[in-house]
Design a protein around this ligand. Structure first.
Ligand SMILES: NC(=O)c1ccc[n+]([C@@H]2O[C@H](COP(=O)([O-])OP(=O)(O)OC[C@H]3O[C@@H](n4cnc5c(N)ncnc54)[C@H](OP(=O)(O)O)[C@@H]3O)[C@@H](O)[C@H]2O)c1
Length: 266
């Protein structure tokens, strides 16, 4: 404990062991921030912490499965025990699954709801009141271009990102007058382990779309957040893809369905 219980503000990166979260942690560290990295894999957390320190930040790590019922309480207790408050929350933990919703394992699909929606909501609403009281900081939520329309053969993932967009936009409006920002980052495909783990790499859509680097997305996300932006869409290709949202749903559904369906799907 520091003397007189002086709490320091931290950038808390949920999903900080790899991919976009880890890249945002590194960018935040350049501004000499205290960065708290959260994920399940100890190896990833150790490597990410070393990068944060190398970039000029101070790193803490917490091994945590966000799907555990007491995850957010444990994170809050960890911060308090280290005399930290969550000044900026980065919600980057998330996963998707490609395949027919009726065939993919139900529990794995419910896990998307629990992680991409429930955990993100819990953490956001747990830490926002403190930010409002302090009149600074905010939340970076990882949405996706997939949040702009329905996605046959990746139905749960697209729907979960639709939630992230709607929730983040509404909160942005509610909290901005307190000097607090909620930014939703909506990239197209990014070169991380996400696409392989989702089984999406083999679908035509992800073969034809260009992929961004996590570092580029992180730079844009951090800069947009610090400028008080509501939405960050990194890269020209993702910006062009947002135009698909203006097409009628009746046209978008068969188009995405065809590009994400594989021959073994029903
Ligand atoms: N990559 C893309 O093409 C893309 C495009 C648009 C949006 N996004 C979104 O961006 C976010 C980050 O994606 P990414 O590409 O960086 O994915 P990633 O490389 O798979 O990283 C996901 C991160 O979340 C953590 N995580 C996963 N499940 C967790 C759990 N139950 N508890 C705690 N941590 C957990 C992972 O760490 P552990 O496995 O060690 O726990 C890892 O740090 C996601 O929300 C994704 O939907 C990605």
């Amino acid at each position: 404990m520091t003397p007189h219980n002086e709490f320091r503000s931290a950038v808390v990166v949920v999903g900080g062991s790899r991919g976009i979260g880890r890249a945002i942690a590194k960018v935040a560290a350049r501004d000499r921030n205290v960065v708290v990295l959260i994920a399940r894999s100890p190896e990833g957390l150790t490597a990410a912490a070393a990068e944060v320190q190398q970039a000029g930040g101070e790193a803490f790590t917490l091994e945590l499965d966000l799907l555990a019922a007491d995850a957010s309480e444990r994170l809050e207790a960890f911060l308090t025990a280290n005399d930290l408050v969550c000044g900026v929350l980065v919600n980057s933990a998330g996963y998707g699954l490609r395949g027919a919703a009726t065939l993919l394992p139900l529990n794995d699909q419910l896990g998307i709801v629990d992680l991409n929606i429930r955990a993100l909501t819990d953490l956001t609403l747990r830490f926002l009141p403190g930010m409002l009281a302090r009149g600074r900081g905010g939340v970076i939520n990882l949405g996706s271009i997939a949040g702009l329309f329905p996605g046959p053969y990746m139905a749960l993932y697209y729907a979960s990102k639709g939630f992230v967009h709607s929730f983040s936009d509404a909160l942005h409006q509610e909290v901005r007058r307190f000097g607090v920002t909620v930014t939703c980052v909506a990239p197209g495909p990014v070169s991380t382990e996400f696409l392989e783990k989702a089984g999406a790499n083999r679908a035509a859509l992800f073969k034809i779309l260009p992929k961004l680097d996590a570092e580029y997305v992180a730079e844009r996300a951090w800069r947009g957040f610090n400028s008080g932006r509501r939405r960050v869409v990194p890269g020209i290709s993702a910006k062009l893809l947002t135009l698909v949202a203006f097409l009628p749903t009746a046209a978008v559904l068969p188009l995405i369905g065809r590009l994400q369906r594989r021959s073994k799907d029903p």
